[in-house]
Design a protein around this ligand. Structure first.
Ligand code: B12
Ligand code: SF4
Length: 517
């Protein structure tokens, strides 16, 4: 490999195909990955969602030392492969990082467009590898385990490398100026559907004072109203979380993701005074049987209790649920429907994110039993997401699940909140709620309700909106991995879905997921 003559590193954030124009999240992954490089090297960040392709090819033509490609599992991989091919056409060296390469480094490396993989946290290791490539042209070691020696002395994430004004949008607060910040990484819990607890078992926070000073700088530079933490469970340690809230002291609003039980260990009034505006929490199921099976270590009763406490504050909560876990029965799923309704009734500040379907992403305990059925190439992983995975339970109740998924966006108050005072949205929401309260998701009425949804979504979001993203993805991805076979798999805990094995495979596409708007 030829030595590069430039001091240039190109970082690529491929389109996720999930976000609507105008609602893009900051490409924090690639910005963070060059934290230890940007002072000594020229960095070009190519965000496929917002930048013209010319920016990318012009940078490639300048013989960068390396092209860093960031990707999660699923549709983002499509674009990652496409962009990596272009880089290879220009003779560039590619380094892949982020969650998918972290979870499956060897498999990722097999792809002809992948030269190196950096797993886990990229900051220091990406810098080490780039310096080596600059010196030697290539490195014998192809897979590098990302490590951070001391996060407390890590330089600041280079927010200035992108035009942050393009990424200020937040769906919950559409009129506020919001940017993300990472305070802690990792999680000590081990939920069976989540890879984080396996990959980053240890929870590591930044120092409170340093983090607050960094955030204040962002607030002042970009005139922010709020900070959205990317941390998966920021409340893990109450001895850190309480002081963080106090140190912020209401100087800006903030949005977090948290477990309900951890939140309950901290004084909610203190958090409210500190500026906490919204808690996103993964409740996942309204069935204690399923919660046990997925090793959530929380109960429905706790959820109800903490939700009531939240109702006495001004803090909003957004709850996430999943359907179609392996072994889930219709009754389990209906308990999840009932819990959603109950939480909304108990708390006027609560809303529901769209109900999703379980997808056995790599690295989580629940996927281990399906390992032999999971994709083995990057191309196949690119088709692997909740819009395409046909798991036994979701097959059996395809029609019902997709009805719950789309209507949850209305019933869960998401659209009423986004389009306040819109009479059509209010009327449709009330009507759908009636079906929810009767647990009716399979009657023929739903064909008309689907049409109404399509029309209304078109009105609310324009041409692009209704299933635009999903339909687009469907064209690209012909799901050919045989997840149906999962029905034959014995579950580690709990029975299989009744008749799942014999569930008739309905050909053709039915959207079992829900778009994220
Ligand atoms: C914000 C977010 C999103 C945003 C993405 C925004 C964006 N522009 O990045 C949106 C809403 C689009 C999203 C979508 C999804 N997400 Co998401 N998301 C997150 C979240 C909460 C924060 C990501 C973040 O910004 N972290 C902060 C940055 C700094 O950390 P990082 O991305 O990990 O980057 C570090 C390393 O990975 C590495 N690195 C990253 N890129 C690169 C590149 C190179 C070259 C190198 C060397 C290193 C490197 O270095 C960085 C610094 O250490 C994470 C959870 C988390 N806390 O990380 C989940 C998470 C990444 N998402 C996840 C999932 C499952 C999804 C969805 C599939 C869910 C869904 N809704 O269907 C989709 C996938 C979309 C797709 N397939 O394209 C999983 C990933 C699982 C996986 N196998 O990929 C996570 C880990 C949550 C979880 N525990 O399940 N997500
Ligand atoms: S779901 Fe949340 S609490 Fe459970 S392991 Fe993942 S990050 Fe931790």
């Amino acid at each position: 490999m030829a030595h590069s003559v430039s001091k240039l590193v190109v970082m690529v954030y491929p389109d996720t195909d999930l976000e609507m124009p105008g609602t893009y999240n900051l490409p924090l992954s690639v910005m963070a990955a060059v934290t230890c490089l940007y002072e000594d090297y020229e960095i070009v960040i190519y965000d496929q969602r917002t930048d013209p392709l010319e920016k990318y090819v012009e940078a490639l033509a300048r013989h960068p030392i390396a092209v860093g490609i960031s990707t999660m599992t699923g549709s983002q991989l499509f674009n990652a492969i496409k962009l990596a091919k272009i880089a290879k056409d220009y003779g560039c060296t590619t380094i892949w990082g982020n969650w998918h390469p972290t979870l499956l480094p060897e498999q990722t490396l097999k792809h002809p467009c992948v030269d190196y993989v950096v797993t886990h946290e990229g900051e220091e290791t990406m810098a080490t590898l780039v310096r080596l490539l600059e010196r030697e042209g290539e490195a014998e070691q192809k897979i590098w385990r990302g490590v951070i020696t001391d996060w407390s002395i890590m330089p600041k994430v280079p927010y200035h490398l992108v035009d942050c004004n393009q990424y200020l949008f937040n769906a919950q607060y559409p009129h506020a100026r919001v940017l993300p910040y990472t305070f802690s990484r990792g999680c000590p819990f081990q939920c069976a559907y989540c890879a984080t607890g396996n990959i980053f078992r240890k929870w590591e926070p930044q120092g409170v004072d340093r983090a607050v000073s960094n955030m204040m700088e962002l607030v002042e530079t970009y005139n922010l109203d709020m900070i959205k933490f990317t941390d998966e469970n920021i409340s893990t340690n109450k001895k850190v979380f309480g002081p963080l809230a106090e140190a912020i002291g209401g100087r800006f609003g903030w949005l977090i993701q948290s477990r309900m039980d951890c939140l309950n260990r901290v004084d909610l009034d203190l958090l409210e005074k500190g500026g906490l505006r919204l808690v996103g929490a993964g409740l996942e199921s309204g069935s204690n049987r399923i919660l046990k099976m997925i090793k959530k270590k929380e109960t429905v009763e706790q959820y109800i209790d903490v939700n009531k406490k939240l109702a006495s504050t001004s803090i909003r909560s957004a709850y996430n649920f999943m359907m179609a876990f392996p072994g889930e029965t219709w009754d389990d799923m209906m308990q999840t429907v009932d819990l959603g309704l109950r939480l909304l009734d108990d708390n006027p500040n609560a809303f529901l994110n769209p109900y999703y379907t379980f997808v056995p992403y790599p690295g989580c305990a629940l996927s281990e039993q399906f390992e032999h059925l999971l994709p083995t190439s990057l191309e196949d992983w690119a088709t692997f997401d909740r819009f395409n995975a046909q798991t036994p339970f979701s097959q059996k109740y395809q029609f019902e699940i997709s009805n719950i998924a789309f209507s949850s966006k209305y019933v869960g108050r998401r659209f009423v909140m986004k389009f306040p005072g819109n009479p059509k949205v209010e009327e449709f929401t009330d009507r759908l709620k009636w079906y929810w309260s009767r647990r009716d998701f399979g009657s023929d009425d739903w064909w008309d309700l689907r049409d109404e949804n399509r029309d209304l979504m078109g009105e609310l979001f324009g041409e692009y909106a209704f299933d635009g993203v999903i339909a687009d993805r469907q064209k690209k991805a012909k799901s050919n991995h045989s997840l149906m076979k999962m029905a034959e798999t014995k579950l580690p805990d709990g029975p299989q879905a009744p008749n799942a094995v014999t569930a008739e495979f309905k050909d053709g596409y039915v959207n079992t997921g829900a778009s994220d708007y």
